[in-house]
Structures are given as C-alpha cells and as structure tokens.
Design a protein around this ligand. Structure first.
Ligand SMILES: *[C@@H]1O[C@H](CO)[C@@H](O)[C@H](O)[C@H]1NC(C)=O
Ligand SMILES: *[C@@H]1O[C@H](CO)[C@@H](O)[C@H](O)[C@H]1NC(C)=O
Length: 292
C-alpha cells in the first residue's frame, strides 16, 4: 500500500521559490528523483532561485551525469495552471493566511483529482486551509487531500519533518505524505492539527521560559545557556538558539500558541517582545541576546 502510494508521485509541484521552496524542490529532485515544477509569481525570483539551485547541485558529491539529471528535473513557471500534471504539491509561501487560502482554492481547481495538496505552514490550522478548497463543506473531495508537510529549516540539512492531518484529511492522504517524505530521505513525525504542532509546541515555550528566567533574574545569560549545553547535552543554549531562529519568529509563534489556546502558560515574555520592538532580532540583525 505504502510503496504503491510513493510510486504514485511521478511529478511534484512546489509553490514559492524562497529558501524553503527551493530546498524542498532540490531535495525532491535529488533524493526522490522526481521532476519538480516550481511556481512563483515573480519571474525574477524564479530565475534567481533556479540559478541558485543549479549552483548548489554542482557542490553535491554526485557524478556530473547525476547533477545534470537533477538540474533538468527542476523547471520554473509563474503560472499555477501548469500544475495540472502533478501528483503532489507542496506550498511554501509566506505565512499570510489569505494568500494560502487563495492558493489552495486555486490548487483544488487546477490539480488532478488525486493530487495531494500539502502546506508547509507553521502557524495556520491545516483544517482551515483544507476548508478553503471548497464552498461546500460536505464535499470533501478536495479537502480530504490537504495535509501539512512541515519541513525544518534548512531542508537539505534537517532530517525531521512533521506531517499534520486536518479534520478533513483522509488516511490515504496521510499515508502518501509520509511515504513521499521518506522517499525524500526525511524522517516523518505525525502530529495532530494543534497550535505549534509538536516541534514549536515544545521548543518555543522552552525558549520563552529561558527568556523569562533572564527577565526575572533567575539567572544571567551565560548561566542559562551554559547549564543547558553543559548540563543537558544540547548543542546550543536556548538564548543563543533564539538568536539563530530570530526573536521575531519566536515571539510570533508564542503569540499564536497563546491566542489559539487561550492558555496563560504560553504568555510571551515581556522582555522578548521588547527586544523585538528594539529591532534586536538576533543573528540576522547583528544583535540579540548576543552580539554578532
Ligand atoms: C516552512 O516551515 C519552516 C519551519 O517552521 C519555517 O522556518 C519556514 O519559514 C516555512 N517556510 C515557508 C516559506 O512556508
Ligand atoms: C560550557 O562550559 C564551558 C567550560 O566552562 C564554557 O566555556 C562554555 O561557555 C559553556 N557553554 C555555554 C554555552 O555557556
């Protein structure tokens, strides 16, 4: 059953030629060996992305023939209508709810009736995205094919991927998503459609608690990061990790957890919010809990 499903994916569509979309397209071409149609509404982004991917392929430890083959597997288009021949689509555009809803409504129209429609959302409920594929909630012919494949950044490096079913997602859709992610060389974890899913639900309150410890004087920066790295064997302390992820990203995810659950245990740290107000976003802005 599972292998049958994997074999069903003969062509992949990826929406969004940003870092995430490109990473997904690259890994799909190289590992799963499927041709990929990359869609972006900007031709300039497509050209830049495909050029970047071509260069990246040259750096891989593969034969020149394999590299040529991978390059030929990647094509770009600005027209979402060109996804009429794909068996699986992964959407990786910015986290703007209406943008994702519009894309999924369109995908339900243009993709074949068997195609799996996957999103890389980190904060929007899958159930809500699936609902956008139909005007008649009783008709689940499209919404049952919506699922989330939440890849971790950077895609070529991180092996883990979260697979999330919405209320409408069919068992077959989930199974195909798991099998295809495995074909991409990834290690899937299944999560329910709940705010933050698994990774952020666990990671962000941990980081937030570290900031609250700093804010309330339980420990200073170096004590906090040192006890976690030297005491629990994680590669990076929580404050340094927050700097790498981006403090704005951490705050946004805490806000989603807090808002969607109404549970005060997810209250974002005041210090975290103030640092974002100051523009101290971590590594990308040169200043966060550390200076860069
Ligand atoms: C996809 O998910 C990853 C992990 O949460 C996130 O870092 C990234 O911004 C998302 N990207 C897009 C374009 O959806
Ligand atoms: C872990 O301990 C070493 C040795 O004392 C120290 O140099 C290092 O900074 C500590 N790690 C962190 C992240 O503070």
């Amino acid at each position: 059953m599972a292998t049958q499903n994997a074999a069903k994916v003969k062509r992949l569509g990826v929406i969004g030629a940003g870092q995430m979309g490109l990473g997904i397209a690259l890994v799909a071409a190289l590992k799963a060996g499927v041709p990929v149609t990359l869609v972006d509404n900007s031709q300039a982004s497509l050209n830049k992305g495909l050029a970047f991917a071509a260069k990246d392929i040259s750096k891989k430890r593969i034969t020149p023939d394999q590299a040529d083959d991978a390059r030929l597997k990647l094509t770009g288009t600005t027209s979402i209508g060109e996804l009429a021949g794909v068996d699986f689509v992964i959407e990786a555009v910015p986290e703007i709810p209406q943008l994702k809803f519009d894309i999924f409504a369109k995908l339900a129209e243009v993709c074949p009736r068997h195609a799996i429609l996957a999103t890389n959302t980190s904060s929007i409920p899958i159930t809500r995205i699936a609902a956008a594929t139909t005007k008649d909630p009783k008709d689940t012919s499209s919404s049952s094919r919506v699922v989330s494949t939440h890849f971790m950044n950077p895609v070529p490096v991180q092996k883990g991927v979260e697979i999330i079913s919405g209320l409408q997602t069919s068992a077959e859709t989930l199974d195909t998503a798991i099998t295809f992610c495995r074909a991409m060389g990834k290690i899937p974890s299944v999560s329910a459609d709940s705010p933050g899913f698994l990774a952020n639900r666990i990671l962000m309150p941990y980081i937030n608690e570290a900031v609250i410890c700093l804010e309330t004087g339980v420990g200073d920066r170096d004590s906090i990061d040192s006890i976690m790295t030297n005491g629990t064997n994680v590669p990076m302390g929580p404050l340094q990790l927050a700097d790498f992820i981006g403090l704005d990203t951490c705050l946004a995810i805490m806000r989603v957890l807090h808002l969607e659950t109404g549970d005060s245990k997810y209250r974002p740290s005041v210090l975290l919010a103030k640092m974002v107000d100051a523009g101290w976003l971590g590594k990308k802005s040169g200043k966060g809990f550390y200076d860069y």
